[in-house]
Design a protein around this ligand. Sequence first.
Ligand code: SF4
Ligand code: SF4
Length: 414
Amino acid sequence: MSIGYASIYLENEKCVGCTRCMQRCPTEAIRIRDGKATILRERCVDCGECIRVCPRHAMKARVDTLSEALGKYKYTIALPAQALYGQFPGVRTRAPILEGLLRIGFDSVFEVAAAAEVMSAVTHYELNYGSIPHPIITTDCPVILRIVRIRFPSLLPHLLNYRSPMEVAARWSKRLAMKETGLSEEDIGCVYISPCPAKCAGAKAALGTARPAITGVVSIAEVAPRLTAVMGDIDDHERYAQAGAAGVSWAISGGQSSAAGEPNHLAASGIENIIGILEALEDGKLSHVDLIELNACYPGCVGGALAVENPFIAKARLQQMMRDFAPPLPPSDCPREDMRWEKTPTASSALRLDKDVSVAMEKMEQIRRITESLPGIDCGACGSPKCRAFAEDIVAGRAEAGMCLFSDKNDKDK
Ligand code: SF4
Ligand code: SF4
């Protein structure tokens, strides 16, 4: 099964084939061929590491522009990610940010944090009365879903099988807007303001959701300067705020666990760390934990590749902001009946060598033999990230043995 919509793409003409993205990619999804990076789409988890390290800004996330997102519907709702609030120097409340979204063209604004607050209560309920085996793994970060499907399919039953707060916020806000405006669902757009490529992909092709309610995704990187230009004279009165600290704290690693009131939790962020945690869980070393909260970005969504502020400054700003929050929106209107996934994500075949087990075994043996014949220095000069990955590429027909500059065979040929 394909891993679905992917957000990352390459602007070919900017790439100089420096290999930095290939060396950094946690799923070995990048190769260098003919002097340019190329993405093995089925392996990409949209973590955004390649965007962060590319010195030429050649790796991009597929997002809508603000004008595209605003022009399609009679009424458009802004769904700001919690990370947006930490992006602005000197801004101490959400008020100018939320009101600023109206000034740049949205008809109304609905905080994703309000849905996160309800999802915190749902997580608490599931932990105490639900049937998901512990430890439960959080699924707000779409990278986690993808990595589990590709590399850790045995952990699929541990996933918290609820929609993400951004999708719940879209459904909730659309329902309220239909009541207020009398418009039909088709006339209302919901635009998520995203801190990262994974949530762009997650919003448009939400795993576990047949028909996402989000109609567009724009990046914090595009929205932040537009907001800065219009919000200078807006006061700090929180007219449009709906969420309390529990929902906003989801932008910081550990926030979801605290909001769910689960003391026996483990929160980890950063792609290498989460892979380490999933390996430990698969090895049975974390059975004493009840909730595992994972975020691919460090230190949580504030560190997303499409955010603009230093993640630690953004985190401190959010923490400061949350001290003065008013009580949250009463969650009674939230459409709780359709919070669970409609479809259960299944294992991905991205790393499968062949459908036929005996052919797969034969290929595995070929890979082993070729790997042993290679120098094992993982230099990347062949255009594959490691010697083992190069051997896999040869067997998959993506590379030829002669592409290794340092193998014995090439020495003998000289
Ligand atoms: S980091 Fe990757 S995409 Fe960027 S220039 Fe180097 S090879 Fe090309
Ligand atoms: S987004 Fe992450 S997984 Fe995808 S190609 Fe870039 S570094 Fe690799």
